[in-house]
Structures are given as C-alpha cells and as structure tokens.
Write a protein that binds this ligand. Sequence first.
Ligand SMILES: *Cc1c(COP(=O)(O)O)cnc(C)c1O
Length: 422
Amino acid sequence: MTPETLVQNPSNPGANFDMAEFDAAVMGTYGRFPIALERGEGCRLWDAQGGEYLDFVAGIATCTLGHAHPALVEAVTQQIQKLHHVSNLYYIPEQGELAKWLVDSSCADRAFFCNSGAEANEGAIKLARKYAHKVLNIDQPVILTANASFHGRTLATITATGQPKYQKNFDPLVPGFYYVPYNDIEALKEAIAHLDSAGKRQVAGILLEPLQGEGGVRPGDASYFQQVRQICDETGILLILDEVQVGMGRTGKQWGYENLGIEPDIFTSAKGLGGGIPIGATLCKSFCDIFQPGDHASTFGGNPFACGAALAVCHTIERDRLLENTTQRGEQLRAGLNAIAQNYPQLIAEVRGWGLINGMELQGETEITSLDIVKAAMTEGLLLVPAGPKVVRFVPPLIVSESEVNRALEALGFAIAKVMKN
Ligand SMILES: *Cc1c(COP(=O)(O)O)cnc(C)c1O
C-alpha cells in the first residue's frame, strides 16, 4: 500500500482525536484513512466516535486470531508478568518451544527469530549468500526474484522487491538481485542461462512468494513452482519462499507452499505468526548450520513475550481447527464475491485467492479503482485494503464466522452499488 493510494486530507476527523496534531508529530510515510481505531473484539473494531467496523484487513493479514482473543490476551498477560525479555545470550524456553512447533509443522529443521517480515527475508538472503560462498563456491551470488513481488522495506528487501515504485530515490540499491516474470518458467531458465554464461555460476537462490500478496493477490502456478523446484534440485540453487503474508494458516494450509506441491529450502514468516505481536522467523533445512555464532543476530528476536504470543497463535490454530474454518470461509467468500462479480461484469474482472487471502480484480477499462471500493466499503462499516490500483484484497482474521462473511458480502454489495451510481 503506497501513500499516494490513500486518503490524503481527512475531511471527517474523529471527534476525540486530533489528526492534525498527529500529522505534525509523525513522519508522513503513510497515507492514512481518516479514522482512528480504538478498540477491537474478534473481527470487529470501533473508532474514536464509536463507529463499528467489520475488519477484513486484520492489520494486513496479521491479526490471525482477530482482536482481544482470550488465548492471546492470556498468553501475553502471563508472559509479561513472568519474564518478557532477556537476551539471546541465554537459553529462552519459549523460543525453543516455538521453533519446535514450527519445524514440526513444516519442512524446515531450524528457525531463527527476528521481528518483521523484511528482517526475516534479510536473514534468508544472508543465509543464501553464505551458502553460495561456502558450498556453491560463487564469488558474487545473485538471487532471482519476481516482478510485482514484495519482500519488505529495508535496502536489501526493496532491492529484492520487483517493483520500481518501492526503490525510487533510494539508490544505490543492494547488488546481487535479478528480476524475472512470475509464473514464467521459460523466462526463469533464460535468466539462469544468461547469468551463468561464460561458465561462471552466479545464481545462488530464487526468492518467490507462493502467492503474490501486495502485487495483486496472484496465486503461484503449481506446475511452475514444481519446475522451479526441479531446476533447484538439479543445480543446487536454493529455493527461498516468502511466506510472510500467506503462511501461518492463511491459505487454509499451515504454509502457502503446501498449495503448490513442493517444499522450499528456506522460507520466512512474520505477519500472522504473532497474531499482531511483532515477530518474524527465517526457517531452513539443516544446511543452515553454516550459520555460526556471531553470523546473525537480533536484540529482540525470539524474546519470551513475542514467542509466548506466537505459541498462543499456533496452539489456537490447532485447538480451534482454524485451517478448516479458513478453507470453508474462504470458499464461502469467493462464492459470494463471484456472485457480486456476475452482477457487475463491467466492473469486476476476476475473483481469486486461497483460503482467506482473496483478491477482486477490477476491469482494466473502468476508471474505478480499488481505493474507490475500499473507501465506499468503509462507509458501509467494512474495512478492506487495496493490493495495487485494481485489486481489492480480503484478508480477515482466520476466526471469521459464516455470518460475518455474509455481512461483509452484504456491505460490499451496498458499497459497489454506490460506487456504480456515481
Ligand atoms: C508484508 C510483507 C513483507 C514485509 O513484512 P514487514 O513485517 O512489513 O517487514 C515481506 N514479504 C511479504 C510477502 C509481505 O507481505
């Protein structure tokens, strides 16, 4: 989401909240909608004036358990009373327990903890580079990433991100990245052949999202990913998957790659992992033992508080069978969106997604943007988020109920009817 895509001049500031004062003190890196959210419960949020919203944003695919979930409240309350932060100078039992849960639920053997998606991807990039130097004997390793991808806002991760708008004015960028079109196996083969020409190997890793989130909710093609996996197996190139948005159950499977019939060598998680408490993870097969003490670190990474929160998320996903709910509510949501799309073929081009990460793409010819739909939905009490100028994204908490999905569809129907009348 970029600042220019959002509301710039709030015309209806909250009654008890001074937006001008806020804007005077906070850096203007975000275009914000003119509401201030104060309280939440489940999939509902309330603003400073008491206005109620149905939350189909979930902090951008982050509040896995919605708001004020009893399991999360209890876990963080207990943890902060017991011990919230020490340092990785010492063993942290909650960190070990979380790592064990994550490796037991995935193809990975070990986890490293940090605090965000960008940082998790930085860890993956460093790991791939060290692997390239130590195992593949590559001097100047290159990591291939996809056009329209999104990997974060640090210098290395904006470079990895295949969208020039995130890189503009921040050059010089980090060397060692090269872009390919997503879901295009021939282009990938050509890029590898081009970079590895003259008998000198350069390609060390391929970093991809299983489904491109920010880039417009574009699912990966299983046959493409299976061929990428095969190329990696044959060449020793590492397959790195960015699961920051699609992992942790959001697709109805624990990890996004399970939708593609492959396993990565390295993958990253963040957003939904802590259910809104900041935590990220880089997960890897046992070759990550090339990382030795001193190679990588984070002061906050894996502290008892964040790990306690993430454990509550993991255990609640299991106990409350949230993967099943995600699959069922996702099917319900897509069926409803497709029904709306049939009523407005001149507006809506396609509905797509997995589980509870879904996008509604608008027709290229219409002047209506995703932001127009998002703003209209907000006035109907439904929070949505764009994924680019033409795609409306639906990423509710994984606890969303059948009746809440129906209410969201009803609100969206009203919002679209209004937009079409103007
Ligand atoms: C949000 C996101 C990131 C960046 O995560 P931060 O926590 O904002 O650093 C990276 N990759 C993907 C796929 C994302 O959706």
